[in-house]
Design a protein around this ligand. Structure first.
Ligand SMILES: Nc1ncnc2c1ncn2[C@@H]1O[C@H](COP(=O)(O)OP(=O)(O)O)[C@@H](O)[C@H]1O
Ligand SMILES: CC(C)(COP(=O)(O)O)[C@@H](O)C(=O)NCCC(=O)O
Length: 514
């Protein structure tokens, strides 16, 4: 090597090494081993694993969890493995190698097998899992008829199964005489189920709004859990406990039949962004099992799609709306770049087919199918764009999309995937989840419970004003909101200093999650 070049290189090393060390030292002081810049780029198995403990539901107890949101009430039932055989007795026929439910035993227990109920999402069921130490069953109901959900609980005596004395009395029940009618059986069971019913875990707005209804119908108490905390706990739980929970869409076409690729999660799970698409949308940056922050939100979510469809089409149910979507072509109602330019606008990277203005060509004669498809796509593309911008802003590369809006909604998943791929120029994949609509309910089941608070506001303002808007935008009178805060809350709200409200809320939120 020529000596001049050698000298130059050694000079550079002498200057660069201390800089590099200093930078590493500062990073270490700031982040320890969890330097986000290392974790968010190029995940390799060789990187330091971030330990996440899987909190299992308590053994030997049936547990119920409710997540009641703006549109849907989600119910999750956990049955521990050792109780399952007692609860769902069967006889095994060796010749045919089949299990037949033991109906007389069921009748003695005064219950039917809830797993057969049409409200149970059979394809999501997890039976006899060793990792979970039990089985998980999932059911959903519309929030506007939340009474159906409560009826389901009482019809199958699920609330009783949470009773602490239940396990002890199970054998007595199985030995007791067969009753002629369900009523007789039920009355007999009444005498056996002593003790207090275990609390039902509850999250979502409905855990506040319907608290009294739930408690009086199921004669139980509620163990309420914050919605954001439940979501994150649920997602961390399913990602760690169920290896095939997460997957990505391959390809970017908006066809129904899309290939999927399962994405097992490795130890470098964090940081990631969860985009929960329910009635509205929450974006939460997650840095660890109990470390997260809601960084953004938008009211343009699943509720908007349903509302637009109700207003523009005859469809009544969500399935009918998706059926319209599957037959629609948004290009008939969306104004495309080529409709404006006659071709693409290559200079700024817009292809002829790019949507220039959603519904920009819609008229009174547009078909319901085309309008529904356009409505779905505009909601999805807007969410994908906000998600990408937040991922960029927070230096996060993994984005999970949850919420019931994407459940079995192929066009939504394909559109979100395409949007993320488009804005990230192929650098980021949208990740989807098998139990996407039940994250909150699962989370409230496994999170350590906190006592129920009086109805109204929670202790922390941040749970209610996580992203304050100027009053004229949100329609909220900030001056009056302090009146809603329960008395033990020391937060004070000053409408005149919106900026300080914003930062104090952000600080409190971060503090609370520590
Ligand atoms: N059967 C259904 N009925 C109503 N909305 C549904 C249904 N299935 C999916 N959705 C969509 O899911 C959204 C609700 O998602 P979810 O995660 O349950 O939110 P929330 O907690 O606000 O109820 C609805 O706004 C709608 O777009
Ligand atoms: C208020 C909510 C957290 C309630 O959750 P949901 O029932 O929609 O699942 C959600 O609707 C939301 O985050 N809305 C967006 C509010 C915003 O603009 O940030």
């Amino acid at each position: 090597m020529p000596s001049k070049l050698y000298e130059l290189l050694t000079d550079m090393l002498v200057w660069l090494l201390p800089v590099q060390w200093l930078r590493n030292f500062i990073r270490f002081v700031l982040y320890g081993f969890r330097d986000p810049s290392r974790q968010s780029r190029g995940r390799m198995r060789s990187e330091l694993p971030v330990p996440v403990s899987i909190r299992r539901p308590e053994p030997n107890k049936v547990k119920l969890a409710l997540d009641i949101g703006g549109s849907l009430a989600k119910l999750v039932i956990f049955v521990p493995n050792d109780l399952r055989a007692k609860l769902f007795p069967f006889t095994y026929d060796e010749d045919s190698a089949t299990y037949t439910p033991d109906f007389s035993a069921c009748q003695r227990l005064g219950m039917a097998d809830f797993r057969e109920d049409p409200s149970i999402e059979a394809d999501l069921t997890i039976e006899n899992s060793e990792v979970l130490g039990g089985s998980l069953y999932f059911a959903q109901f519309e929030t506007k008829s939340v009474s159906k959900c409560l009826l389901f609980i009482t019809k199958y005596q699920l609330h009783r199964l949470t009773s602490e004395s239940f396990v002890d009395s199970l054998d007595d029940i199985a030995d007791s005489p067969l009753h002629a009618t369900d009523l007789e059986a039920s009355e007999h069971i009444d005498t056996l189920y002593k003790g207090t019913m275990g609390p039902i875990c509850a999250t979502g707005g409905g855990a506040f709004k319907f608290e009294a209804d739930i408690m009086s119908t199921a004669s139980c108490t509620l163990a309420r859990c914050d919605e954001m905390r439940s979501l994150i706990t649920g997602l961390n739980f399913v990602l760690r406990a169920l290896p095939t929970e997460s997957w990505i869409y391959l390809g970017t076409r908006y066809d129904r039949e899309q290939p999927r690729r399962s994405m097992p999660v490795d130890d470098t799970l964090f940081p990631y962004l969860l985009v929960g698409i329910g009635s509205g949308v929450s974006l939460i940056r997650v840095d660890g099992a109990d470390s997260y922050r809601r960084v953004d939100g938008t009211s343009l979510g699943g509720g908007l799609f349903v509302g637009l469809c109700r207003a523009m089409t005859q469809a009544k149910t969500f399935d009918e709306m998706l059926d319209l979507v599957s037959r629609g072509d948004n290009r008939n109602v969306d104004m495309l770049v080529k409709d404006i330019y006659g071709s693409g606008y290559g200079k700024i990277g817009l292809s002829p087919e790019t949507i220039a203005a959603s519904m920009g060509k819609a008229t009174g004669d547009s078909s319901e199918e085309d309008l529904a498809k356009s409505a779905l796509m505009l909601v999805c593309l807007n969410i994908a764009q906000i998600a990408y911008l937040n991922a960029e802003r927070h230096g996060v590369r993994d984005i999970y999309f949850g919420g019931h809006f994407v459940n079995n909604n192929d066009v939504a998943m394909a559109t979100i995937s395409a949007g993320i791929e488009y804005w990230s120029t192929g650098q980021v994949f949208a990740r989807f989840l098998r139990h996407e609509g039940f994250l909150g309910a699962i989370g409230s089941l496994v999170v350590p419970t906190e006592p129920a608070r009086p109805r109204g506001m929670t202790r922390s303002l941040s749970q209610n004003f996580v992203k304050p808007f100027p009053p004229f935008l949100s329609g909220i009178d900030l001056l009056n909101t302090s009146a809603d805060v329960s008395e033990d809350d020391d937060d004070s709200v000053s409408a005149s200093v919106l900026g300080s409200l914003r930062s104090s809320v952000a600080k409190e939120w971060e503090h609370q999650e520590e």
